[in-house]
Design a protein. Sequence first.
Length: 410
Amino acid sequence: MALACTIQPLSAFLSTNLNSKVETYDRLGDRIKRTLGYPVISLEIHTDQLRENIQIAVEYFTKYAGFTREFLIFDSDMYETNKGIRLDLLYTLANTGLDTNAKKATGGNPLGPSPEFIGSTPESVYLTISSVLSGNFATSKYPVYTGSTAVLSGSLSAIFTPTSGGANGIDRFEIFDSSLYSTITSLKEPGGTLIGHRLSAAFERTERQTLTQQGSATDAVLFQNVFDYDIMDYRKVVEVTDFEEGSTTGINTLFTLEQTLAQQTYFSYALGNYGFDLVSWYTLKEWLDTREKMLATRRDIKFNPRTQYMQMYPQPGPDKFYGVLSCYLEKPIRSVIMEQWIYEYSLALSMITIGRIRGKFGNVSLLGGGALNYDLLTEGQTRKAELEAKLLDGASPGFGDTEPPMFFVG
């Protein structure tokens, strides 16, 4: 965390809530140290203590918030008798290790948690920081060479070469992808001399999002959404919120009781006093649900978040079926570390740490008759209590990650 005493460019501090520059523990540690006065004043805190405080904040936050909702379709053959089915591993196995090419959408894998299982950071784009004159795109003047043949695509020439002179080919602050940038910077003079390096000075490349591994920045751009590369383990399932077993019944299947009831309800409104009304349909559905519970025709589930095993009662038998799960998964650390609450709580813990250290020397007189001030201890404890109340007891418990209400009364 030595960067905290180095003057950084302004761009290092330009970020938003969803596009944060805080991507590692060290970067968050630098922010905390600067907030407490470093490097103008000395802070009596070790780097490991600072990282420990950040980790405590992450653990506390992910217990009550910091999760995403995921869906998964699974095969009952994966169920281990008298043990259950391990969900954190299942979310990964849904797309890996079950096919020769797991990244292919047309492979033989069962359906995974989402089509974005294999993700990637947004590609870099190129921003023009100065205008480029249209004369640079005249076919006869600066062609693009393919081998020894001078070529300039008609679309490129039409886009950047005006019908009448005087206009810029590319204006300032236009955005280009990497392929078009490569084409522009491949321009050569008729003799074959490359001029693209002169044009490249008019462009600036945006930084690609940093992916971290065990807390350190990497140059990786591809990742799996269900794996936390900082912890080097699967993202853990917090809770199973819903389970539905596939069946051949239902309102959308012909000749079932539910379909017949729905059809009769429609007839009662379309053809007059004929068939069931909505009250009768609802009453019968409630009776069917009660029948399923009493006769144990619908499976009950029990999930242990510590072991990550989900058990079913009754257990799946030889008759194979598919089920769908709705679960909450912890966000990876690379996403949680950006949360404002993490910064605030880590700052409060660091204030308590520094206050306790300074308090040990509270009775020691300094040169000139001064004494150490350890008011940070009380201030940190107050901020810590307020943040915990905000996380647990606020108007939106879970710090905004709770499900929105499905209806409003007013």
